[in-house]
Write a protein that binds this ligand. Structure first.
Ligand SMILES: Nc1ncnc2c1ncn2[C@@H]1O[C@H](COP(=O)(O)OP(=O)(O)OP(=O)(O)O)[C@@H](O)[C@H]1O
Length: 241
């Protein structure tokens, strides 16, 4: 589904992402972890058209080269992301926020009725139906994060990129979130690529985990393999030192 090859992004002299290669298959949940400054967000931004990677970088989605495409075009093809700092429209209601995903996130042009049906379906799936008419600005952070997921879902993604969606949540809220992520894959056939600092959250649900360190792919494997990988343990200890 997603094939990233030799992806490289430099900022002046700093190599933020250093020739990273990996794939994400249909129906996979893949975690992306690494110490602060490892290049995780830069990698997301380079995949989703927010940043332009260096020449020679390859990003294919469903066999199409998407390196030169704009973010909205990439999203319409089914590759949709959430942000580290939630980006919902506070002055709109919850339903109106999700409608923006339904109306502008898909390649097909759909009627207002169809968009509302998709928006309500997404709210129900995420468990926010009873908040549909509330003003978004008053929602607590956990519900704003759910709202971002609902909006992404309403745009009918095939691959969802989540950027630290568990941060700031209580353990109970994290359990609900991981459950939702699993259901997105199992019931909606959506693949997930998830940056997360809260290790237990991502490890509990990921099929595979990729570890970045100083821009390079340090390790890749099952959660079990990653937990036992000495180079990974060292990278994290180094980060704390
Ligand atoms: N726009 C930018 N201009 C210059 N340097 C940048 C820019 N964005 C990121 N960097 C640098 O690139 C490196 C990778 O940063 P990035 O934010 O991708 O890491 P990260 O793994 O997402 O970190 P964190 O876990 O703290 O969010 C860091 O050294 C950072 O300072």
């Amino acid at each position: 589904m997603l094939a990233v090859s030799d992806l490289r992004k430099e900022f002046g002299g700093l190599v933020a992402v250093d020739d990273v290669t990996f794939e994400i298959g249909d129906g996979e949940i893949v975690g992306l972890i690494g110490p602060n400054g490892a290049g995780k967000t830069t990698l997301f931004n380079s995949i989703t058209g927010v940043l332009t990677p260096e020449d020679g970088s390859g990003v294919e989605f469903d066999g199409t080269d998407i390196v030169a495409l704009e973010t909205h075009d990439i999203a319409r093809r089914g590759l949709v992301r959430t942000f580290q700092i939630v980006r919902v429209f506070d002055e709109m209601t919850v339903l109106e926020n999700v409608l923006t995903g339904a109306l502008f996130g898909t390649e097909e042009s759909i009627s207002r009725e169809e968009a509302e049906e998709r928006a309500r379906d997404a709210l129900a799936f995420i468990g926010l139906s009873d908040k549909a008419d509330l003003s978004t600005g008053n929602l607590p952070i956990a519900q704003k994060k759910q709202l971002e997921l609902a909006r992404a879902l309403a745009s009918r993604p095939r691959l969802l990129l989540l950027d630290e969606i568990a941060s700031g949540l209580t353990p109970g809220e994290i359990d609900d979130l991981t459950d939702t992520i699993r259901r997105l894959r199992d019931e909606r056939d959506i693949s997930v690529f998830w940056i997360e600092h809260i290790m237990d959250a991502v490890m509990s649900v990921a099929d595979r985990v990729i570890v970045l360190n100083s821009g390079r792919k340090l390790a890749e494997g099952t959660p079990e393999e990653i937990r036992n990988d000495e180079s990974v343990v060292e990278a994290y200890l180094g980060d704390e030192a």
